[in-house]
Design a protein around this ligand. Structure first.
Ligand SMILES: [Zn+2]
Length: 288
């Protein structure tokens, strides 16, 4: 929230800037239709939804999203424009009034979660408009975004597309791979990722709390396909977070994978076979 809301808007059209009607999308992508940030009912709706989430999940940290929220509707909406005026939000060099309005919505939810003893996490877009220091950040756009968030005092989980998006292809030979969203994240590239950059200050370094890999499933319809995207890159993910940089050794890792893939076979997992592909060049890794 407050983007990626078309499904909610289809049943609560009054929470959108135009009032709809809205239809649930049958394809992926980013819709311009988001929650109206100038409508008081939106904030009551968010409190209700997060109350239900809190009741369902015992975890201390709750991820509120915060990514991919286009501002087109807000900039044309009398209610949203009035809200920006009421809050005194203005464009400046760092961020637009509309970006600050998103921070306002986010801050509302962060405060709500805090009032219920929970802690908020969101995608790295959150730092663009500014969020309270206790908010955890998941850096998907790049490790530099995670480093930036850590320098600002946020705890960070690294999940950069370039290294840790397991819905990307594992080979350049796409014809012989199951369908993927695009991109190129081979095993050795994942293994090479170092979550804690050596140039970080000790305080910022202590804020890099871990890593995550993402397997978005727009193009994936079966569990064996999910397994294929995960394995063996998941083993590389484990090593890069648990093994310190001076202990990392790709040839040793590859040798251990021979044994590990025998276990995958024994358990009936679907996985990408090992190959002798040359070291990859991350500069050729373009986002889909
Ligand atoms: Zn609006």
């Amino acid at each position: 929230m407050p983007g990626h809301m078309v499904a909610a808007l289809s049943v609560y059209p009054e929470l959108g800037c135009t009032g709809g009607p809205y239809e649930v999308w049958r394809r992926w992508g980013i819709s311009d239709d988001v929650l109206c940030a100038g409508n008081d009912s939106t904030y009551a709706f968010l409190d209700d939804v997060f109350s239900e989430i809190i009741d369902l999940f015992p975890s201390e940290v709750i991820h509120l999203g915060g990514d991919e929220c286009p501002k087109d509707r807000w900039n044309d909406c009398p209610k949203c424009l009035a809200k920006m005026k009421e809050l005194g939000l203005k464009d400046d060099k760092g961020s637009s009034a509309a970006e600050k309005l998103q921070s306002h919505v986010t801050a509302h939810v962060i405060d709500f979660l805090a009032s219920r003893g929970r802690r908020a996490m969101g995608w790295d877009e959150l730092i663009d408009g500014g969020v309270p220091a206790g908010t955890m950040i998941m850096a998907w756009q790049g490790a530099d975004r995670g480093n930036q968030a850590a320098a600002l005092g946020h705890d960070v989980v690294m999940v950069p597309t370039k290294y840790l998006y397991f819905d990307y292809y594992q080979s350049r030979d796409r014809d012989n791979e199951p369908l993927a969203i695009g991109g190129f994240v081979p095993l050795d590239l994942t293994y090479s990722f170092e979550p804690c950059d050596s140039t970080l200050t000790p305080d910022a370094a202590s804020r890099i709390r871990g890593v995550q890999a993402n397997v978005w499933t727009e193009y994936i319809t079966t569990f064996p396909h999910v397994q294929y995207m995960l394995l063996p890159r998941l083993a590389a993910l484990s090593e890069l977070q648990w093994v310190s940089p001076d202990q990392k050794d790709y040839p040793r890792f590859l040798a251990s994978l021979v044994r590990l893939t025998r276990l995958y076979s024994a358990f009936g997992y679907n996985f990408r076979p090992l190959d002798d592909s040359p070291a990859s060049n991350p500069d050729n890794n373009t986002n889909p």
